[in-house]
Design a protein around this ligand. Structure first.
Ligand code: GDP
Length: 445
């Protein structure tokens, strides 16, 4: 995951001051040296690093901080605030038109993730903003690019407008907008051509498409893995096209994070979205504050809640609660629950969003495949067994293990865990508030 090593080093640097009851200038100087090195190592632009460290230092050395009761905490707060500022303060959504069709033009170098993110955005806007998107294939130089967008469209069931490779991108954009009006598509996403490097011909063409399409947003996709190059690319595109925002892609990889921390400050372009995987649902709005919290290991509860809301159907959850209470929760329900958890995404990534968990998880190996094994085991049960968990005799267990390709002890363990969960849930669901809190306290201690 992006930022891991930066996160480690920054937290290490801050730890040196958080444990101390009193701080002096020397402590702050030492800490700042570490902070500076960790940012440089993360490939953050050196001018940005300089400005950042100067600001933090100036604030941290203020009388009020050094004389406060918890100077270390105050310093962490300052670093958090400055990191947030660096990445842009507030999250920016897309500026939708009140009436008529909103047009988003995607630009960027080849391979940055334009086509993939055209699909992700269409999917996201349809789900979150109830939009009816049309995607437009305006990269006429690579037939494969048109095919790729059409495949994405089919996958998502979102229409794609294309006219092949013999018509100019300007003409394609014009016709696409007409079709959007006719078909009442209130969102048009134009996937433009990319090149390996920025060149004049490309910029001219994009300029022309911009004039015709009059986009409400020009979003630049930049590959976070390319570090400072991403910042240079963003700068050139912005100077020529006046882009309205960036989508930082491939933040799921082990990029050091430099691009995310420099783009805004160097180019003035706000990061609006981030891409976190190849699949078409791996996109999130970029929230500078939440990102700052994640980097400093403070967790990100808000994103966690949003993810849970997306993955969990409320009616289904109520239904489950009822089953727990009445002890009618069976293996079919267990399977449904596992599906919901899997929908949240990579489990380690999710757990890191819980405050205080980040660092503890560094050396823990969480194997998402475990869920697949449990599913395979449940799948090998007969319908009757799934509905009636009390049927599990040892011969049945052996058959289930064979069917799932797992060993018998694993099947026994899953069955035992399931039984315990059922007992515990039944108990909890029938408790009043006082009993519940007593139980929680006992567990905690
Ligand atoms: P385009 O040339 O700009 O249209 O780029 P594509 O959309 O074809 O993406 C290039 C490659 O990057 C493809 O293999 C994508 O699957 C991959 N990709 C795009 N976005 C992401 C992302 O957020 N994370 C990861 N890991 N891969 C991505």
């Amino acid at each position: 995951m992006a930022f891991d090593s930066l996160s480690d080093r920054l937290q290490g640097a801050l730890k040196k001051v958080t444990g101390k009851g009193k701080l002096n200038e020397k402590d702050i100087e030492n800490m700042m040296r570490e902070v500076r090195l960790s940012l440089l190592e993360a490939d953050v632009n050196y001018k940005v690093v300089k400005q950042f460290t100067n600001e933090v230092k100036e604030k941290a050395l203020g009388e009020k901080v050094l004389k406060s009761l918890s100077p270390g905490q105050q310093v962490v707060k300052i670093v958090h605030e400055e990191l947030k500022q660096l990445m842009g303060e507030d999250a920016h959504g897309v500026a939708f038109k009140g009436h008529g069709t909103t047009v988003i033009m995607l630009v960027g170098l080849q391979g940055a993730g334009k086509t993939t993110h055209a699909g992700k955005l269409a999917n996201y806007m349809r789900k979150k903003h109830n939009k009816k998107p049309l995607m437009v294939a305006a990269d006429i130089y690579r037939p494969a690019a048109i095919d790729q967008l059409e495949t994405v469209g089919k996958q998502l069931n979102v229409p794609v407008f294309s006219m092949g490779t013999d018509v100019s991108p300007v003409e394609i954009a014009k016709k696409a907008l007409q079709q959007a009006t006719e078909n009442k598509n209130d969102l048009v996403i134009i996937d433009t051509a990319g090149r390996l490097h920025i060149d004049e011909a490309l910029m001219d063409e994009l300029q022309q498409v911009k004039e015709i399409a009059k986009p409400d947003e020009i979003l630049l996709t930049v590959d976070a893995m390319t570090g400072q190059d991403a910042v240079t690319v963003a700068d050139s595109f912005h100077k020529q096209l006046n882009v309205t925002g960036a989508i930082l892609t491939k933040l799921d990889g082990d990029t050091r994070g430099g691009a995310a921390l420099s783009i805004r400050k160097v180019t003035g372009v706000p990061i609006k979205f981030m891409g976190l995987g190849e699949q078409l649902d791996k996109i999130e709005v970029f929230h500078p504050e939440r990102m700052a919290s994640r980097i400093l290991g403070m967790g990100d509860v808000l994103t966690l809640i949003e993810k849970a809301q997306d993955a969990i159907d409320e009616e289904e959850a109520m239904d489950m609660a009822k089953k727990f209470k009445e002890a009618t929760f069976d293996y079919n329900d267990f399977k449904k629950q596992i599906k919901q958890i899997k929908r949240l995404g990579n489990l380690k990534g999710i757990m890191k969003m819980i405050p205080g968990m980040g660092k503890q998880l560094n050396n823990v190996d969480i194997d998402d495949k475990q869920f697949n094994y449990i599913e395979a085991i449940i799948n090998s049960m007969t319908k009757e067994e799934r509905r009636n968990p009390n049927l599990m005799s040892s011969s049945r267990r052996r058959r289930i293990a064979e069917g799932a390709g797992r060993n018998i002890s694993e099947v026994n363990r899953i069955i035992k865990q399931f039984e315990e969960m059922r007992k515990m849930m039944k108990k909890m669901m029938n408790m009043d508030e006082r009993q519940m809190s007593r139980m929680m306290n006992n567990q905690g201690g």
